[in-house]
Design a protein around this ligand. Structure first.
Ligand code: ZN
Ligand code: ZN
Length: 286
């Protein structure tokens, strides 16, 4: 099929093109109308957060050169996966794939908050002392590899069309940069848009230093899962300008903002330091 050949041949260019395009728009928006003042200089943030993104891209390229699109092509050749096994219309397969892959990402995100050892990896994303377009791609390399393996497994079971995998990756990348940006939409627009896509104000709640707020709003693309599964939270208690971003106990610039500190972050502290079975409850019974 011509389209599949084109996608496989140009996958990197397509993804990089969207990445730089959306990055430039959000970065400009942050300069013109920043929501919060940064606590660490933008230069230090960008050099280190983007350094981590570059390192992750390099590792992924070396370990999995064919990437998720390669897995989808393999599943299609073998006839593996639900959507390759049952003949469904092309557009139905695309829509089902996008929704299903987003649901898996939501579940994965809840998982890395719930399991103590995985939270250590995911801590790197949350330890960021500020919240801007570069936070969206700031993940520990081991979490990136884990995500890739979960994605491969999902693709082999689901059998999504190649085009759906590329659309999903481009959209996930774009929405992550959009909803981590240090910007906000007018309140009314934010309220309406929240029914369709995760907005900056919605995901910022998830980066609160408060445990109950950080264990809310796990969605990256579609906002429905949080509402459906009871993890939705409207706004941070201290307000978007008053709230503290980051994690308790990991607040030094050296550890939270510089690349060597970030890479070491999963390996410091007690393994039970923060986990689902250590949560403290108040007296209210809701
Ligand atoms: Zn998280
Ligand atoms: Zn985030």
């Amino acid at each position: 099929m011509k389209l599949n050949e084109f996608i496989i041949a140009n996958e990197v260019q397509i993804r990089l093109g969207f990445f730089f395009g959306v990055f430039a728009v959000m970065a400009l928006w942050e300069v013109i109308a920043p929501k919060r003042a940064l606590t660490v200089s933008k230069l230090v943030r960008w050099v280190n957060n983007l350094g981590l993104v570059f390192l992750n891209s390099l590792i992924l390229r070396l370990l999995f050169p064919a990437a998720a699109v390669g897995a989808a092509a393999f599943a299609s050749e073998q006839g593996w996966g639900l959507l390759n096994y049952y003949s469904v219309a092309g557009w139905v397969a695309i829509v089902v794939s996008l929704i299903a892959m987003d649901f898996v990402i939501y579940l994965q995100h809840v998982l890395v908050h719930a399991v103590p050892a995985l939270w250590r990896l995911h801590r790197v994303h949350h330890a960021d002392l500020d919240y801007d377009v570069t936070t969206g791609a700031r993940f520990h390399p081991v979490e990136i590899l884990l995500s890739m393996l979960i994605k491969f497994a999902t693709i082999l079971v689901l059998g999504p069309p190649l085009i759906a995998v590329v659309i999903f990756e481009v959209v996930l990348n774009a929405t992550a940069m959009f909803n981590h940006a240090n910007v906000s939409l007018p309140r009314g627009l934010d309220r309406v848009l929240r029914w369709l896509v995760v907005t900056p104000d919605m995901h910022r709640v998830h980066h609160s230093v408060e445990d109950d707020e950080a264990n809310s709003n796990f969605g990256f693309n579609l906002p429905w899962w949080d509402r459906l599964f009871g993890t939705y939270r409207d706004q941070p208690r201290a307000g978007h300008r008053g709230m503290t971003i980051g994690i308790h106990g990991y607040r030094s610039t050296k550890q939270a903002a510089w690349l060597p500190g970030m890479l070491a972050l999963p390996f410091v502290g007690k393994v039970t330091g923060y986990a689902i079975n250590r949560r403290e409850w108040g007296d209210s019974d809701d």
